[in-house]
Design a protein around this ligand. Structure first.
Ligand SMILES: NC(=O)c1ccc[n+]([C@@H]2O[C@H](COP(=O)([O-])OP(=O)(O)OC[C@H]3O[C@@H](n4cnc5c(N)ncnc54)[C@H](OP(=O)(O)O)[C@@H]3O)[C@@H](O)[C@H]2O)c1
Length: 131
């Protein structure tokens, strides 16, 4: 059975995304670059499930050492995960994906970054307790 995880970074009020990218894109402080590096280090070798917009923001190099799988709203979450037995599967967003897959996620890894600006995608704490 797959080990189903999720990793995301949020701003101080739960900001997740802005205009298709990360709200803090371009910020050079070490917290921000360390978070991106950590994401690629910890998902290496594993399966990463992503909605279409998130998939289009994944850099080409990331495909070399992880299994990136585009998922659609017509897919059944349990069946998608069942296709990867004995793998670590990261549910990579965006919000509609986390909402649907939340009941299947066993481990959440959330980094809270020092960003307090605008966003158009938000983290929902209800995902953590979805049954
Ligand atoms: N801060 C972070 O850690 C983080 C991580 C990931 C993404 N983001 C940000 O989030 C934004 C992208 O997210 P997004 O919501 O705009 O688009 P998205 O990544 O395309 O995810 C949402 C889409 O996934 C599809 N989907 C696949 N399986 C689904 C399911 N079971 N239930 C519902 N929908 C499902 C749907 O599209 P269809 O109906 O077309 O299939 C849905 O509209 C960007 O700004 C990105 O930077 C941030």
């Amino acid at each position: 059975m797959a080990d189903v995880r999720s990793m995301c970074a949020i701003g101080l009020r739960g900001q997740l995304g802005l205009r298709g990218g990360l709200p803090w894109e371009g910020r050079k402080e070490p917290e921000f670059s360390a978070d991106v590096a950590r994401f690629f280090a910890l998902t290496r070798g594993h399966v990463l499930l992503v909605g279409p917009a998130t998939k289009s923001s994944i850099p080409a190099f990331a495909y070399a050492d992880r299994t990136v799988v585009g998922i659609r709203s017509g897919d059944d979450p349990a069946s998608v995960i069942a296709a990867f037995p004995d793998r670590v599967v990261y549910v990579g967003g965006g919000p509609a994906v986390w909402k649907s897959y939340a009941p299947l996620i066993q481990h959440w890894d959330i980094t809270r970054l020092p960003y307090d600006g605008e966003a158009d995608r938000w983290f929902d704490p209800a995902w953590l307790t979805a049954a």
